[in-house]
Ligand binder design. Structure first.
Ligand SMILES: Cc1cc2nc3c(=O)[nH]c(=O)nc-3n(C[C@H](O)[C@H](O)[C@H](O)COP(=O)(O)OP(=O)(O)OC[C@H]3O[C@@H](n4cnc5c(N)ncnc54)[C@H](O)[C@@H]3O)c2cc1C
Length: 503
Protein backbone atom coordinates (compact mmCIF):
# COMPACT_ATOMS: atom_id res chain seq x y z
CA UNK A 1 0.00 0.00 0.00
CA UNK A 2 1.30 3.52 -0.77
CA UNK A 3 0.44 6.75 1.01
CA UNK A 4 -2.08 7.68 -1.68
CA UNK A 5 -3.84 4.32 -1.40
CA UNK A 6 -7.62 4.81 -1.62
CA UNK A 7 -8.09 2.09 1.06
CA UNK A 8 -5.86 3.18 3.90
CA UNK A 9 -5.12 0.93 6.85
CA UNK A 10 -7.52 1.29 9.75
CA UNK A 11 -6.13 3.45 12.53
CA UNK A 12 -4.43 1.51 15.32
CA UNK A 13 -4.88 2.60 18.91
CA UNK A 14 -1.41 1.33 19.76
CA UNK A 15 1.63 0.50 17.61
CA UNK A 16 4.45 -1.33 19.38
CA UNK A 17 7.71 -1.02 17.46
CA UNK A 18 9.83 -4.07 18.31
CA UNK A 19 8.72 -7.34 19.88
CA UNK A 20 11.06 -7.74 22.85
CA UNK A 21 10.20 -8.10 26.53
CA UNK A 22 9.34 -4.39 26.88
CA UNK A 23 6.67 -4.36 24.15
CA UNK A 24 5.33 -7.74 25.34
CA UNK A 25 4.88 -6.37 28.87
CA UNK A 26 3.36 -3.04 27.85
CA UNK A 27 1.10 -4.80 25.34
CA UNK A 28 -0.15 -7.18 28.04
CA UNK A 29 -1.02 -4.28 30.34
CA UNK A 30 -2.83 -2.36 27.57
CA UNK A 31 -4.74 -5.44 26.40
CA UNK A 32 -6.23 -5.83 29.87
CA UNK A 33 -6.69 -2.14 30.61
CA UNK A 34 -8.39 -1.36 27.28
CA UNK A 35 -9.76 -4.58 25.74
CA UNK A 36 -11.27 -2.57 22.87
CA UNK A 37 -7.94 -1.11 21.73
CA UNK A 38 -6.56 -2.28 18.41
CA UNK A 39 -2.89 -3.08 19.02
CA UNK A 40 -0.19 -4.22 16.60
CA UNK A 41 3.48 -5.03 17.14
CA UNK A 42 5.97 -4.65 14.26
CA UNK A 43 9.13 -6.73 14.51
CA UNK A 44 11.95 -6.70 11.95
CA UNK A 45 13.20 -10.19 12.82
CA UNK A 46 11.38 -13.39 11.92
CA UNK A 47 10.72 -14.17 15.59
CA UNK A 48 9.70 -12.30 18.73
CA UNK A 49 12.19 -11.89 21.62
CA UNK A 50 15.20 -12.63 19.42
CA UNK A 51 17.36 -9.53 20.09
CA UNK A 52 18.57 -8.49 23.58
CA UNK A 53 15.68 -10.34 25.24
CA UNK A 54 16.81 -13.72 23.83
CA UNK A 55 18.19 -16.08 26.49
CA UNK A 56 21.83 -16.20 25.32
CA UNK A 57 21.93 -12.47 24.56
CA UNK A 58 21.57 -11.45 28.22
CA UNK A 59 22.55 -12.99 31.56
CA UNK A 60 18.99 -13.76 32.62
CA UNK A 61 19.60 -12.45 36.11
CA UNK A 62 16.39 -11.47 37.85
CA UNK A 63 18.06 -8.27 39.08
CA UNK A 64 16.90 -7.91 42.66
CA UNK A 65 19.76 -5.90 44.15
CA UNK A 66 21.11 -9.01 45.89
CA UNK A 67 24.48 -9.56 44.24
CA UNK A 68 25.27 -6.55 42.03
CA UNK A 69 27.99 -4.68 43.93
CA UNK A 70 27.63 -1.55 41.76
CA UNK A 71 24.16 -0.95 43.26
CA UNK A 72 25.67 -0.41 46.72
CA UNK A 73 28.39 2.24 46.43
CA UNK A 74 30.62 3.04 49.37
CA UNK A 75 30.88 6.68 50.51
CA UNK A 76 34.28 8.16 51.49
CA UNK A 77 33.29 7.75 55.18
CA UNK A 78 32.95 4.00 54.60
CA UNK A 79 29.13 3.90 54.81
CA UNK A 80 27.25 1.88 52.20
CA UNK A 81 24.32 3.37 50.28
CA UNK A 82 21.78 0.61 49.64
CA UNK A 83 19.02 2.78 48.13
CA UNK A 84 19.61 1.70 44.54
CA UNK A 85 19.65 -1.98 45.55
CA UNK A 86 16.32 -1.48 47.38
CA UNK A 87 14.81 0.31 44.38
CA UNK A 88 15.83 -2.49 42.02
CA UNK A 89 14.54 -5.11 44.50
CA UNK A 90 11.20 -3.28 44.63
CA UNK A 91 11.01 -3.10 40.84
CA UNK A 92 11.73 -6.82 40.51
CA UNK A 93 9.04 -7.59 43.06
CA UNK A 94 6.59 -5.74 40.77
CA UNK A 95 7.72 -8.01 37.92
CA UNK A 96 7.11 -11.07 40.08
CA UNK A 97 3.63 -9.80 40.98
CA UNK A 98 2.82 -9.19 37.30
CA UNK A 99 4.00 -12.68 36.26
CA UNK A 100 2.05 -14.21 39.19
CA UNK A 101 -1.11 -12.42 38.04
CA UNK A 102 -0.57 -13.79 34.52
CA UNK A 103 -0.04 -17.32 35.82
CA UNK A 104 -3.17 -17.12 37.97
CA UNK A 105 -5.32 -15.80 35.12
CA UNK A 106 -3.97 -18.26 32.53
CA UNK A 107 -2.02 -15.56 30.64
CA UNK A 108 1.20 -17.48 31.28
CA UNK A 109 1.57 -21.26 31.50
CA UNK A 110 3.80 -22.98 34.04
CA UNK A 111 6.44 -20.56 35.34
CA UNK A 112 9.23 -23.15 34.99
CA UNK A 113 9.22 -22.37 31.28
CA UNK A 114 10.77 -18.98 31.99
CA UNK A 115 11.73 -18.67 35.67
CA UNK A 116 13.99 -20.70 37.98
CA UNK A 117 15.27 -20.38 41.50
CA UNK A 118 19.06 -19.80 41.55
CA UNK A 119 20.94 -18.36 44.59
CA UNK A 120 22.55 -14.96 44.02
CA UNK A 121 26.03 -14.49 45.53
CA UNK A 122 28.53 -11.66 45.64
CA UNK A 123 32.10 -12.89 45.83
CA UNK A 124 35.19 -10.80 46.65
CA UNK A 125 38.92 -11.40 46.96
CA UNK A 126 41.51 -9.50 49.05
CA UNK A 127 41.37 -7.99 52.52
CA UNK A 128 40.01 -4.60 51.47
CA UNK A 129 37.09 -6.07 49.53
CA UNK A 130 36.30 -8.56 52.29
CA UNK A 131 35.95 -5.62 54.70
CA UNK A 132 33.72 -3.87 52.16
CA UNK A 133 31.50 -6.92 51.73
CA UNK A 134 31.12 -7.34 55.48
CA UNK A 135 30.01 -3.69 55.85
CA UNK A 136 27.69 -4.06 52.88
CA UNK A 137 26.11 -7.13 54.44
CA UNK A 138 25.64 -5.32 57.77
CA UNK A 139 23.91 -2.43 55.96
CA UNK A 140 21.70 -4.71 53.88
CA UNK A 141 20.35 -7.18 56.45
CA UNK A 142 18.51 -4.32 58.16
CA UNK A 143 16.39 -3.88 55.04
CA UNK A 144 13.33 -6.14 54.69
CA UNK A 145 14.38 -6.73 51.08
CA UNK A 146 17.60 -8.41 52.18
CA UNK A 147 16.94 -9.54 55.77
CA UNK A 148 17.86 -13.15 54.97
CA UNK A 149 21.18 -12.35 53.28
CA UNK A 150 24.01 -14.59 54.58
CA UNK A 151 27.67 -13.57 54.88
CA UNK A 152 30.57 -16.04 54.92
CA UNK A 153 34.37 -15.71 54.93
CA UNK A 154 35.00 -19.28 56.05
CA UNK A 155 36.63 -21.24 53.15
CA UNK A 156 35.19 -24.63 54.14
CA UNK A 157 31.65 -23.22 54.12
CA UNK A 158 32.27 -21.35 50.87
CA UNK A 159 33.48 -24.61 49.32
CA UNK A 160 30.01 -26.01 49.96
CA UNK A 161 28.26 -22.96 48.54
CA UNK A 162 30.42 -22.52 45.43
CA UNK A 163 32.81 -25.45 44.87
CA UNK A 164 34.02 -24.36 41.41
CA UNK A 165 34.93 -20.91 42.69
CA UNK A 166 36.80 -22.23 45.74
CA UNK A 167 38.66 -25.32 44.45
CA UNK A 168 42.31 -24.69 43.57
CA UNK A 169 42.37 -21.29 45.27
CA UNK A 170 45.35 -20.08 47.32
CA UNK A 171 44.47 -20.77 50.99
CA UNK A 172 46.12 -17.54 52.13
CA UNK A 173 44.00 -15.25 49.98
CA UNK A 174 41.17 -13.67 52.02
CA UNK A 175 37.82 -14.27 50.30
CA UNK A 176 34.19 -13.75 51.28
CA UNK A 177 30.71 -14.07 49.84
CA UNK A 178 27.13 -13.11 50.57
CA UNK A 179 24.27 -15.36 49.52
CA UNK A 180 20.58 -14.78 48.86
CA UNK A 181 18.81 -18.10 48.35
CA UNK A 182 15.78 -16.36 46.83
CA UNK A 183 17.59 -15.27 43.64
CA UNK A 184 16.25 -16.16 40.21
CA UNK A 185 17.28 -16.89 36.64
CA UNK A 186 14.84 -15.65 33.99
CA UNK A 187 14.63 -16.72 30.36
CA UNK A 188 13.37 -13.38 29.04
CA UNK A 189 13.26 -14.70 25.48
CA UNK A 190 10.89 -17.52 26.45
CA UNK A 191 8.83 -15.11 28.57
CA UNK A 192 8.50 -12.70 25.63
CA UNK A 193 7.30 -15.52 23.37
CA UNK A 194 4.77 -16.74 25.93
CA UNK A 195 3.35 -13.24 26.49
CA UNK A 196 3.02 -12.64 22.74
CA UNK A 197 1.43 -16.07 22.23
CA UNK A 198 -1.24 -15.18 24.76
CA UNK A 199 -1.79 -11.72 23.27
CA UNK A 200 -2.10 -13.26 19.81
CA UNK A 201 -4.89 -15.57 21.00
CA UNK A 202 -7.11 -12.61 21.93
CA UNK A 203 -8.98 -10.24 19.59
CA UNK A 204 -7.65 -6.94 18.23
CA UNK A 205 -3.98 -7.89 18.54
CA UNK A 206 -1.54 -8.69 15.77
CA UNK A 207 2.20 -9.28 15.57
CA UNK A 208 3.76 -8.52 12.20
CA UNK A 209 7.09 -10.32 11.86
CA UNK A 210 9.82 -9.46 9.32
CA UNK A 211 8.27 -5.99 9.39
CA UNK A 212 10.81 -3.21 9.67
CA UNK A 213 9.61 0.25 10.71
CA UNK A 214 11.79 2.42 8.49
CA UNK A 215 10.24 5.84 9.04
CA UNK A 216 7.97 7.62 11.50
CA UNK A 217 6.31 10.97 11.05
CA UNK A 218 3.45 12.93 12.49
CA UNK A 219 0.48 13.71 10.25
CA UNK A 220 -1.55 16.92 10.21
CA UNK A 221 -4.31 14.96 11.93
CA UNK A 222 -1.85 14.48 14.87
CA UNK A 223 -1.73 10.72 14.27
CA UNK A 224 1.61 9.00 13.93
CA UNK A 225 2.41 7.42 10.56
CA UNK A 226 4.75 4.46 10.46
CA UNK A 227 6.30 3.26 7.23
CA UNK A 228 6.64 -0.52 7.53
CA UNK A 229 8.83 -2.44 5.10
CA UNK A 230 8.25 -6.15 4.65
CA UNK A 231 11.59 -7.93 4.81
CA UNK A 232 10.04 -10.82 2.88
CA UNK A 233 9.09 -8.98 -0.33
CA UNK A 234 10.48 -5.45 0.21
CA UNK A 235 7.03 -3.82 -0.07
CA UNK A 236 6.29 -0.77 2.03
CA UNK A 237 3.03 0.30 3.59
CA UNK A 238 1.95 3.10 5.90
CA UNK A 239 0.16 2.52 9.17
CA UNK A 240 -1.48 5.12 11.38
CA UNK A 241 -1.50 4.98 15.16
CA UNK A 242 -2.78 7.09 18.04
CA UNK A 243 -0.06 5.90 20.41
CA UNK A 244 3.39 4.56 19.53
CA UNK A 245 5.82 2.73 21.82
CA UNK A 246 9.39 2.56 20.55
CA UNK A 247 10.42 -0.69 22.25
CA UNK A 248 13.08 -1.23 19.62
CA UNK A 249 15.97 -1.89 22.01
CA UNK A 250 19.18 -0.27 20.77
CA UNK A 251 17.38 1.04 17.68
CA UNK A 252 14.89 3.11 19.72
CA UNK A 253 17.25 6.09 19.63
CA UNK A 254 17.38 6.29 15.83
CA UNK A 255 13.60 5.95 15.60
CA UNK A 256 13.12 8.65 18.24
CA UNK A 257 15.32 11.00 16.22
CA UNK A 258 13.10 10.32 13.21
CA UNK A 259 10.04 11.52 15.17
CA UNK A 260 11.43 15.06 15.48
CA UNK A 261 10.07 15.54 18.98
CA UNK A 262 11.54 18.37 21.09
CA UNK A 263 11.66 15.91 24.03
CA UNK A 264 13.92 13.59 22.00
CA UNK A 265 16.57 16.16 21.06
CA UNK A 266 20.15 15.99 22.34
CA UNK A 267 20.33 12.24 22.96
CA UNK A 268 23.06 10.12 21.43
CA UNK A 269 23.93 6.47 21.88
CA UNK A 270 27.14 4.63 22.66
CA UNK A 271 27.04 0.93 21.77
CA UNK A 272 28.74 -1.60 24.06
CA UNK A 273 28.78 -5.16 22.83
CA UNK A 274 29.08 -8.23 25.01
CA UNK A 275 30.50 -11.74 24.87
CA UNK A 276 30.40 -14.73 27.20
CA UNK A 277 32.57 -17.76 27.71
CA UNK A 278 30.08 -20.62 27.58
CA UNK A 279 30.87 -23.93 29.23
CA UNK A 280 30.44 -26.99 27.02
CA UNK A 281 31.34 -29.64 29.62
CA UNK A 282 28.13 -31.04 31.20
CA UNK A 283 30.04 -32.47 34.17
CA UNK A 284 31.35 -29.00 35.05
CA UNK A 285 28.00 -27.29 34.41
CA UNK A 286 26.26 -29.60 36.89
CA UNK A 287 28.68 -28.62 39.69
CA UNK A 288 27.64 -24.98 39.85
CA UNK A 289 24.25 -23.76 40.98
CA UNK A 290 24.53 -20.02 41.62
CA UNK A 291 24.94 -16.62 40.06
CA UNK A 292 28.26 -15.41 41.48
CA UNK A 293 28.88 -11.71 40.86
CA UNK A 294 32.28 -10.11 41.47
CA UNK A 295 33.58 -6.56 41.48
CA UNK A 296 33.99 -4.74 38.20
CA UNK A 297 37.55 -3.94 37.10
CA UNK A 298 38.89 -0.40 37.56
CA UNK A 299 37.77 1.88 34.70
CA UNK A 300 35.25 -0.61 33.32
CA UNK A 301 31.55 0.18 32.81
CA UNK A 302 29.19 -1.05 35.58
CA UNK A 303 27.50 -3.66 33.40
CA UNK A 304 30.80 -5.48 32.93
CA UNK A 305 30.85 -6.93 36.46
CA UNK A 306 32.25 -10.43 36.02
CA UNK A 307 29.91 -13.27 36.93
CA UNK A 308 29.99 -17.04 36.88
CA UNK A 309 26.44 -17.74 36.15
CA UNK A 310 24.13 -20.76 36.22
CA UNK A 311 21.39 -20.55 33.63
CA UNK A 312 18.47 -22.75 32.67
CA UNK A 313 17.80 -22.47 28.95
CA UNK A 314 15.31 -24.68 27.12
CA UNK A 315 15.02 -26.82 30.25
CA UNK A 316 18.78 -27.48 30.36
CA UNK A 317 21.32 -26.18 32.88
CA UNK A 318 24.06 -24.02 31.39
CA UNK A 319 27.09 -22.15 32.71
CA UNK A 320 28.52 -18.89 31.44
CA UNK A 321 31.16 -16.44 32.47
CA UNK A 322 31.44 -12.81 31.46
CA UNK A 323 30.50 -10.45 30.13
CA UNK A 324 33.57 -9.43 28.19
CA UNK A 325 32.70 -5.98 26.94
CA UNK A 326 33.57 -4.86 23.46
CA UNK A 327 32.90 -2.19 20.94
CA UNK A 328 31.36 -2.16 17.52
CA UNK A 329 29.17 0.43 15.85
CA UNK A 330 25.93 -1.58 15.68
CA UNK A 331 22.89 -0.60 17.77
CA UNK A 332 21.44 -4.13 17.57
CA UNK A 333 23.19 -7.51 17.44
CA UNK A 334 21.38 -8.04 14.13
CA UNK A 335 21.90 -4.40 13.17
CA UNK A 336 24.14 -2.50 10.75
CA UNK A 337 27.70 -1.19 11.27
CA UNK A 338 26.37 2.17 10.01
CA UNK A 339 23.98 2.51 13.00
CA UNK A 340 26.28 4.74 15.05
CA UNK A 341 27.21 7.11 12.21
CA UNK A 342 23.61 7.32 11.01
CA UNK A 343 22.43 8.25 14.52
CA UNK A 344 24.55 11.42 14.56
CA UNK A 345 22.93 14.73 13.73
CA UNK A 346 23.33 18.44 14.49
CA UNK A 347 21.63 18.05 17.88
CA UNK A 348 23.72 15.21 19.30
CA UNK A 349 27.15 15.56 17.70
CA UNK A 350 28.48 17.95 20.39
CA UNK A 351 27.20 15.87 23.37
CA UNK A 352 28.61 12.75 21.69
CA UNK A 353 32.08 14.29 21.28
CA UNK A 354 32.03 15.70 24.83
CA UNK A 355 31.05 12.33 26.29
CA UNK A 356 33.83 10.69 24.25
CA UNK A 357 36.42 13.10 25.67
CA UNK A 358 35.15 12.63 29.25
CA UNK A 359 35.28 8.85 28.97
CA UNK A 360 38.65 8.10 27.42
CA UNK A 361 39.26 5.48 30.13
CA UNK A 362 36.14 3.62 29.07
CA UNK A 363 37.15 3.77 25.40
CA UNK A 364 40.59 2.39 26.29
CA UNK A 365 39.00 -0.35 28.42
CA UNK A 366 36.66 -1.41 25.62
CA UNK A 367 39.43 -1.50 23.04
CA UNK A 368 41.50 -3.64 25.44
CA UNK A 369 38.57 -6.03 25.78
CA UNK A 370 38.06 -6.27 22.02
CA UNK A 371 41.71 -7.21 21.51
CA UNK A 372 41.74 -9.97 24.19
CA UNK A 373 42.94 -13.42 23.17
CA UNK A 374 41.28 -16.64 24.42
CA UNK A 375 44.20 -17.03 26.88
CA UNK A 376 43.50 -13.60 28.35
CA UNK A 377 39.81 -14.41 28.61
CA UNK A 378 40.68 -17.66 30.39
CA UNK A 379 42.84 -15.68 32.84
CA UNK A 380 39.82 -13.54 33.73
CA UNK A 381 37.66 -16.66 34.13
CA UNK A 382 40.27 -18.37 36.32
CA UNK A 383 39.98 -15.60 38.92
CA UNK A 384 36.48 -16.97 39.54
CA UNK A 385 37.05 -20.62 38.57
CA UNK A 386 40.73 -21.41 39.16
CA UNK A 387 40.57 -24.95 37.73
CA UNK A 388 38.78 -23.97 34.49
CA UNK A 389 40.09 -25.78 31.38
CA UNK A 390 40.23 -23.86 28.11
CA UNK A 391 38.92 -26.89 26.20
CA UNK A 392 35.62 -26.71 28.13
CA UNK A 393 34.78 -23.15 27.09
CA UNK A 394 33.75 -21.45 23.86
CA UNK A 395 33.00 -17.86 22.99
CA UNK A 396 29.36 -16.80 22.63
CA UNK A 397 28.29 -13.39 21.30
CA UNK A 398 25.81 -11.68 23.62
CA UNK A 399 23.41 -8.81 22.92
CA UNK A 400 24.21 -5.22 22.21
CA UNK A 401 23.60 -2.41 24.70
CA UNK A 402 23.28 1.21 23.63
CA UNK A 403 24.18 3.46 26.55
CA UNK A 404 22.53 6.87 26.65
CA UNK A 405 24.52 10.04 26.05
CA UNK A 406 22.54 13.02 27.23
CA UNK A 407 23.10 16.75 26.88
CA UNK A 408 22.94 17.79 30.55
CA UNK A 409 22.75 21.58 31.12
CA UNK A 410 25.98 22.83 32.69
CA UNK A 411 27.74 19.47 32.15
CA UNK A 412 27.46 18.87 28.41
CA UNK A 413 27.38 15.39 26.91
CA UNK A 414 27.16 12.83 29.72
CA UNK A 415 27.31 9.05 29.41
CA UNK A 416 24.65 7.27 31.48
CA UNK A 417 24.24 3.59 32.27
CA UNK A 418 20.56 3.42 33.24
CA UNK A 419 17.33 3.32 31.27
CA UNK A 420 15.18 6.30 30.46
CA UNK A 421 11.65 6.66 29.14
CA UNK A 422 11.40 9.63 26.78
CA UNK A 423 7.75 10.60 26.24
CA UNK A 424 6.05 13.15 24.00
CA UNK A 425 4.42 15.87 26.05
CA UNK A 426 0.97 14.97 24.74
CA UNK A 427 1.53 11.30 25.66
CA UNK A 428 1.19 10.07 22.06
CA UNK A 429 4.62 8.40 21.92
CA UNK A 430 7.18 6.93 24.28
CA UNK A 431 10.64 5.54 23.64
CA UNK A 432 12.77 3.40 25.92
CA UNK A 433 16.46 4.25 25.82
CA UNK A 434 19.32 2.46 27.60
CA UNK A 435 19.47 -1.10 28.92
CA UNK A 436 20.14 -1.39 32.62
CA UNK A 437 18.93 -2.90 35.00
CA UNK A 438 17.08 -4.09 31.95
CA UNK A 439 14.49 -6.75 31.37
CA UNK A 440 13.99 -7.41 35.10
CA UNK A 441 12.39 -4.00 35.45
CA UNK A 442 10.11 -4.27 32.38
CA UNK A 443 7.00 -4.02 34.58
CA UNK A 444 8.17 -0.85 36.36
CA UNK A 445 9.02 0.64 32.95
CA UNK A 446 5.60 -0.26 31.51
CA UNK A 447 3.93 1.37 34.54
CA UNK A 448 5.93 4.54 33.95
CA UNK A 449 4.91 4.62 30.28
CA UNK A 450 1.24 4.14 31.22
CA UNK A 451 1.36 6.85 33.87
CA UNK A 452 3.05 9.41 31.64
CA UNK A 453 1.27 8.70 28.37
CA UNK A 454 -2.29 7.83 29.51
CA UNK A 455 -2.54 10.28 32.40
CA UNK A 456 -6.35 10.60 32.56
CA UNK A 457 -7.11 6.94 32.16
CA UNK A 458 -4.31 6.04 34.58
CA UNK A 459 -6.04 7.90 37.38
CA UNK A 460 -9.50 6.45 36.59
CA UNK A 461 -11.10 3.91 38.96
CA UNK A 462 -11.37 1.37 36.10
CA UNK A 463 -7.62 1.42 35.42
CA UNK A 464 -6.75 1.50 39.12
CA UNK A 465 -8.75 -1.68 39.60
CA UNK A 466 -7.00 -3.54 36.75
CA UNK A 467 -3.58 -2.28 37.83
CA UNK A 468 -4.32 -3.53 41.33
CA UNK A 469 -4.96 -7.03 39.92
CA UNK A 470 -1.63 -6.94 38.06
CA UNK A 471 0.58 -5.36 40.72
CA UNK A 472 -1.36 -5.43 44.00
CA UNK A 473 1.21 -3.51 46.06
CA UNK A 474 1.95 -0.79 43.50
CA UNK A 475 1.17 2.63 44.91
CA UNK A 476 3.13 4.86 42.54
CA UNK A 477 6.62 5.80 43.54
CA UNK A 478 6.25 5.41 47.30
CA UNK A 479 8.32 2.86 49.16
CA UNK A 480 6.68 -0.34 50.32
CA UNK A 481 6.35 -1.06 53.99
CA UNK A 482 8.33 -4.10 55.23
CA UNK A 483 5.35 -6.36 55.97
CA UNK A 484 3.97 -5.80 52.48
CA UNK A 485 7.29 -6.80 50.94
CA UNK A 486 7.63 -9.96 53.00
CA UNK A 487 4.04 -10.96 52.28
CA UNK A 488 4.39 -10.23 48.55
CA UNK A 489 7.59 -12.30 48.28
CA UNK A 490 5.94 -15.19 50.09
CA UNK A 491 2.91 -15.09 47.79
CA UNK A 492 4.77 -14.67 44.50
CA UNK A 493 7.28 -17.41 45.43
CA UNK A 494 4.38 -19.79 45.88
CA UNK A 495 2.52 -18.87 42.69
CA UNK A 496 5.72 -18.91 40.63
CA UNK A 497 6.81 -22.27 42.05
CA UNK A 498 10.07 -20.85 43.45
CA UNK A 499 9.46 -22.23 46.96
CA UNK A 500 9.06 -25.82 45.84
CA UNK A 501 12.16 -25.56 43.62
CA UNK A 502 14.30 -24.48 46.58
CA UNK A 503 12.89 -27.10 48.90
C1 LIG B 1 25.08 -8.65 27.57
C2 LIG B 1 23.77 -8.29 28.21
C3 LIG B 1 23.43 -8.83 29.44
C4 LIG B 1 22.21 -8.49 30.04
N1 LIG B 1 21.87 -9.09 31.22
C5 LIG B 1 20.67 -8.83 31.78
C6 LIG B 1 20.28 -9.51 32.95
O1 LIG B 1 21.01 -10.34 33.47
N2 LIG B 1 19.08 -9.20 33.49
C7 LIG B 1 18.25 -8.27 32.93
O2 LIG B 1 17.19 -8.03 33.50
N3 LIG B 1 18.59 -7.62 31.80
C8 LIG B 1 19.77 -7.88 31.20
N4 LIG B 1 20.13 -7.26 30.05
C9 LIG B 1 19.26 -6.22 29.49
C10 LIG B 1 18.07 -6.82 28.74
O3 LIG B 1 18.51 -7.82 27.85
C11 LIG B 1 17.38 -5.69 27.96
O4 LIG B 1 17.12 -4.60 28.81
C12 LIG B 1 16.02 -6.14 27.41
O5 LIG B 1 16.11 -7.38 26.75
C13 LIG B 1 15.53 -5.07 26.46
O6 LIG B 1 14.28 -5.47 25.96
P1 LIG B 1 13.62 -4.66 24.78
O7 LIG B 1 12.30 -5.26 24.53
O8 LIG B 1 13.68 -3.20 25.08
O9 LIG B 1 14.65 -4.84 23.56
P2 LIG B 1 14.96 -6.11 22.58
O10 LIG B 1 14.77 -7.42 23.25
O11 LIG B 1 16.27 -5.81 21.97
O12 LIG B 1 13.80 -5.95 21.55
C14 LIG B 1 13.74 -4.90 20.63
C15 LIG B 1 13.15 -5.46 19.35
O13 LIG B 1 12.95 -4.38 18.45
C16 LIG B 1 13.21 -4.86 17.15
N5 LIG B 1 13.43 -3.69 16.31
C17 LIG B 1 14.44 -2.80 16.38
N6 LIG B 1 14.28 -1.84 15.45
C18 LIG B 1 13.15 -2.12 14.80
C19 LIG B 1 12.45 -1.48 13.74
N7 LIG B 1 12.89 -0.35 13.20
N8 LIG B 1 11.31 -2.05 13.27
C20 LIG B 1 10.83 -3.21 13.83
N9 LIG B 1 11.46 -3.84 14.84
C21 LIG B 1 12.59 -3.30 15.33
C22 LIG B 1 14.43 -5.74 17.35
O14 LIG B 1 14.59 -6.66 16.28
C23 LIG B 1 14.10 -6.43 18.66
O15 LIG B 1 13.46 -7.67 18.49
C24 LIG B 1 21.32 -7.58 29.41
C25 LIG B 1 21.66 -7.06 28.15
C26 LIG B 1 22.86 -7.42 27.55
C27 LIG B 1 23.16 -6.87 26.18
Amino acid sequence: MTRSDPHPEPILDVALVGAGIMSATLGTFLRKLEPGFTIAAFERLAQVGAESSAAWNNAGTGHSGYCELNYTPQAPDGSIDIHKAERVAHQFELSRQFWSAQVESGGLPQPRLFLRSVPHLSFVMGEEDVVFLRSRHAAMVDSPFFHDMEFCDEPSQLLEWIPLVMRGRDDHEPVAATRMQSGTDVNFGALTELLFQHLGRGPNFEVHLASHVVEIERGRDSLWRLCVESLEDGRRRWVKARFVFLGAGGAALSLLEDCDLPEGQGYAGFPVSGQWMRCTNREVIEQHHAKVYGKQAQGSPPMSMPHLDSRVIDGQRELLFGPYAGFNTKFLKHGSYLDLVESLDLHNLRPMLQAGLHNLDLTRYLLGQVLQSKDERMQALKRYFPEAEAADWELQVAGQRVQIIKDVPGKGGTLEFGTEVVAAQDGSLAALLGASPGASTAVAIALEVLERCFQHRYASPAWREVLHQFVPTYKGHTDLDPETIVESRRRTSKVLGLDSERA
